[in-house]
Write a protein that binds this ligand. Sequence first.
Ligand code: HEC
Length: 133
Amino acid sequence: MKNLLLIFIFATFSFSSELNTYLSNLKKEATKENPNFKEFNIKRGEGIFTSKHIGKKGKKIACTSCHGIDLTKKSENYFTAKEIEPLSKKVNPTRLTDVKKVKKWLRRNFKDVYNRVGTAQEKGDVLVYILNK
Ligand code: HEC
């Protein structure tokens, strides 16, 4: 039992440091894209997450169209009406722990909403916004 707990703590810790590594890589990339870049910004992230754009199937949607505006609540996929678990780590601690999953969905979801992939700065901004929710 005690060992299991230790493994759990270790896994949680190493996952979150995995996300930190990803964020610091995004930061390096963002600095290359824009020499004036300083820090990721929650306010800019909010704009990215909540503003509507002509995206998938010509629909005017935002990230909130699928994830909702209150990230501690469940929501529904705009296209398939399938339930989506909350994005907030406060109620769903496994969120943003698996970097492979985070990368895959950011890529897909930016295409859904913006019809293009996100820049390093945009991805970092939106991640710090979600982390703050
Ligand atoms: C068309 C619906 C849809 C839209 C629009 C959408 N998402 Fe998602 N998102 C999903 C689905 C489905 C998943 C994968 C299932 C899950 O993790 O609940 C997901 C997963 C994610 C994840 C992975 C979370 C984790 O578990 O680590 C992140 C991060 C994310 N979305 C961010 C965004 C951002 C940022 C936007 C806007 C650019 C966005 N999403 C727009 C449907 C959407």
